[in-house]
Design a protein around this ligand. Structure first.
Ligand code: GLY
Length: 570
């Protein structure tokens, strides 16, 4: 069991934060929630300690990739509900000179995985099996992804980028009120899945300011610091993962770990009103869907209609309905399934898809063909955006899938396993609650990557960097990134306003418009309802963390106020 004590803020500040922050804050600004502008670079992440680590690396002479590696490992410590080493993610990179690339470090199914592994003897899905416990975990990709990125682009030594995360795990950090509440809500699940205890378990309730110390995680990070990728996928840490599988019924083997490779993939690229959008190809559905959405609305006078007016919302919703129907039918791991990406993003195809839409009433989702349904997706995950002094940019979205992933902490190694297997179509070919069948493209197969919605993106204007953007939010990721881009390009918002603006979401099925409280005024809502749109109010949508480069060459941050997110510039 690891040490858990109530934190003394002063001691904490001295012991932990100051060494990291002194470098990070000299001459810089903390707590940027408005669009203040900076010349030399910026880090925006879901956690202030992680943002501080990132900016410290930039100030030390590291580039955007160095800072990204340090932020990814730090988030695994200070934002354990989604930051991770036991999960996966996607990185989109653009150099200051305009070179672009992406790394797919998505988890993949173990070699022993099989199509029906989450079905009972009657062929029905056993929901808990793909959600909780070791069997829900895909082979983790984050360490391989970061190692690969650093090998190609890194400037500072690897060890220097892991050291801040080790310090945070070893000395602890103060949990926020939000984190304390989350941890309290998960105590029973942690106890059930981790009989020998974890750093997240505590006899009395967690409170804001309590210190979370993760000694075992610090030790695992030290292996990674010293041995690189092999420090995770081989040796003591790999052995601990496999022992955990044996203890709790998982199937990931030493071979699965040793064989895991992050993959460099060609970005998906599209144009919107003269802006070049560079984003993630499959196994993310996000990139293709984002380009489809932008192209579907490009011909409409959104600016004239205004932000979230009934006409604007109607066109965006009808585009979303059609794009999500395509997504469910046609997208999966491109190494296993021929994804028709070029056809889906073809301007004539998209125009034809939109031709069935009429102003007088809502299209019915059942009338939109391509009818298969994607699984329900978790809305956790996390995103961070970074630009360095030279203008190199990194956009990373990374995840354990559900909050705190599978709920299993690898015994002796101190990190959470993902529950990403739940992103597969657990039962393709069978009718779901809407009478439609699940997607074959995303069926489970050994070594296959599960479909994702993560949409890290970078935009260019006239050959120069314009925006770095992304968000968590499961299936709402794509529509949140879409709206953030429109908010800047069509509705002239600054970066913070575009992030803060209330959002809405339609995903073909269920056939309803999910609307964040306050996103629509009563007039727009009444007009849409009269046309047959089902408006479903809901809580926060997305947690976008983004950076905008102004035409004068300054960076504006957008840190989502829906979370504890923080933009730090210098
Ligand atoms: N698990 C969330 C996603 O990959 O989209």
């Amino acid at each position: 069991m690891q040490r858990i004590t109530r934190g003394n803020p002063l001691v904490l500040l001295i012991a932990l934060v100051i060494p990291l922050v002194l470098a990070g804050c000299a001459g810089g600004q903390l707590g940027v929630k408005s669009s203040k502008e900076y010349r030399n670079g910026m880090v925006v992440s879901a956690n202030q300690l992680a943002s501080q680590v990132g900016i410290a690396i930039l100030k030390k002479g590291g580039n955007a990739v160095d800072a990204a590696v340090a932020v990814q490992f730090s988030l695994a410590v200070v934002y354990p509900n989604a930051g991770n080493i036991g999960g996966g993610g996607f990185m989109v990179y653009r150099s200051a000179k305009g070179e672009t690339s992406t790394i797919d470090y998505r988890e993949k199914a173990a070699a022993k995985a099989s199509r029906n592994m989450y079905l009972d003897s009657a062929g029905l899905p056993i929901v808990e099996k793909s959600m909780y416990g070791s069997l829900a975990a895909g082979v983790p990709g984050s360490v391989a992804g970061m190692f690969e990125a650093h090998q190609k682009y890194g400037k500072l030594p690897w060890a220097d980028l892991i050291a801040p995360a080790i310090a945070l795990a070893d000395q602890g950090f103060e949990v926020s009120e939000r984190q304390a509440n989350e941890l309290n809500g998960l105590q029973k699940r942690f106890a059930l899945l981790n009989p020998s205890g974890t750093a997240f378990m505590k006899a009395s309730a967690w409170a804001a300011g309590d210190l979370l110390v993760q000694k075992e995680l610090a030790n695992t990070l030290t292996h990674i610091k010293e041995k690189g990728k092999a420090g995770f996928y081989e040796g003591a840490v790999a052995n601990a993962i496999v022992a955990e599988m044996q203890r709790s019924g998982g199937i990931i083997s030493l071979e699965d770990l040793k064989n895991y490779e992050a993959i460099w993939r060609k970005p998906v690229v599209g144009m919107y009103k003269g802006f070049k959008v560079i984003t993630m190809p499959p196994p993310s559905s996000g990139g293709i869907a984002l380009i489809q959405l932008l192209k579907a609305v490009e011909g409409y006078p959104l600016k004239k209609w205004g932000h979230n007016t009934d006409s604007t919302v109607q066109v965006m919703v009808e585009a979303e309905r059609r794009v999500y129907a395509d997504r469910a039918a046609h997208l999966g791991d491109p190494d296993f399934y021929k994804v028709p990406g070029i056809q889906l993003m073809d301007a004539a195809y998209i125009k034809n898809r939109m031709s069935s839409f009429t102003w007088d009433k809502a299209t019915s989702s059942t009338a939109v063909s391509a009818g298969v349904v994607a699984p329900m997706e978790h809305e956790e995950t996390t995103h961070f955006s970074i630009v360095d002094r030279e203008g190199n940019a990194v956009s990373i979205t990374t995840t354990l899938n559900g909050s705190y992933g599978a709920g299993v902490v690898v015994k002796g190694a101190g990190f959470l396993l993902n529950n990403e297997m739940d992103d597969f179509s657990v039962k393709p070919g069978a009718p779901n609650m809407y009478g439609l069948v699940g997607g074959e493209a995303n069926a489970i197969a050994p070594n296959k990557r599960m479909l994702s919605s993560m949409t890290p993106a970078i935009l260019e204007k006239d050959g120069d960097l314009f925006m770095v953007v992304g968000t968590p939010g499961g299936s709402t990721i794509i529509t949140s990134v879409f709206q953030t881009i429109l908010n800047v390009i069509d509705f002239d918002m600054n970066m913070q306003a575009a992030v803060t603006a209330k959002k809405f979401h339609h995903q073909w099925l269920p056939d309803e418009v999910q609307v964040e409280t306050g996103a629509l005024d009563s007039v727009a809502q009444r007009v849409l309802e009269r046309k047959g749109y089902i408006i479903k109010p809901r809580g926060p949508i997305g947690r976008v963390d983004a950076i905008l480069k102004t035409k004068w060459g300054f960076y504006q941050g957008g840190a989502d106020p829906r979370g504890d997110d923080l933009a730090i510039g210098w």
